[in-house]
Design a protein around this ligand. Structure first.
Ligand SMILES: [Zn+2]
Length: 194
């Protein structure tokens, strides 16, 4: 189903994209998109994304797409980044095929840029250059200079902490219990405790 939408929020179910959903809560012509690409925690992330979208009074669409993400399965419950090379490139390109005239909003943050090249400003510029050749879609990453702590702080100031509590940060799907030891769990715990 392809519908014209002004903006598409790539909603992963995590803290960063949850803040984006909060910022656009109730806005017309705004859709949250959850992509099930075979990530280990897809089930938990999807549940979180649906709850966040509902809490923000935004429609949500789920797209299933297989990409190579075997890296995410290694080192279950251990620290270290889980880089899937080109993941954001694949997700943005996929989203642009569904919504070729929309603003595609992705929740890359300053913290992400250390470990993930596809969360850096030069990546966003490069993707926009490619997309402009074949679509009218354009990518924006409004959190790209924000730290995780600043994201949590904004949520607290704006009264969105209840929505942040719906997020799922663990890389590993563990039912209802995050592993507590992967990079994403550690980072979320650090942010939430300050
Ligand atoms: Zn974890």
């Amino acid at each position: 189903m392809v519908t014209e939408m002004e903006r598409i929020i790539l909603l992963s179910g995590g803290i960063d994209s949850a803040l984006l959903a909060c910022r656009y809560a109730g806005e017309p012509e705004t859709l949250c998109l959850f992509i099930h690409y075979g990530q280990p925690a897809a089930k938990e992330e999807r549940v979180a994304a649906m709850r966040i979208a509902t809490a923000c009074d935004l429609p949500v669409q789920v797209i299933t797409a297989g990409i190579g993400c075997s890296e995410m399965r290694t080192g279950s419950g251990t620290s270290g980044p889980r880089e899937v090379p080109g993941r954001n490139l694949a997700m943005l390109a996929l989203t642009a095929t569904y919504y070729p005239s929309s603003e595609l909003i992705i929740g890359c943050t300053y913290n992400d840029s250390t470990d993930y090249p596809d969360c850096r400003t030069e990546f966003i510029w490069a993707v926009n250059e490619v997309l402009s050749v074949c679509t009218d879609a354009r990518v924006s990453a409004p959190l790209i200079r924000m730290s995780k702590r600043e994201i949590i702080a904004e949520a607290e100031v704006e009264g969105w902490s209840n929505i942040m509590s719906l997020t799922w940060s663990c890389y590993q799907g563990q039912g209802a219990i995050p592993c507590g030891s992967c990079n994403s769990c550690i980072e979320a715990a650090e942010c939430l405790s300050h």
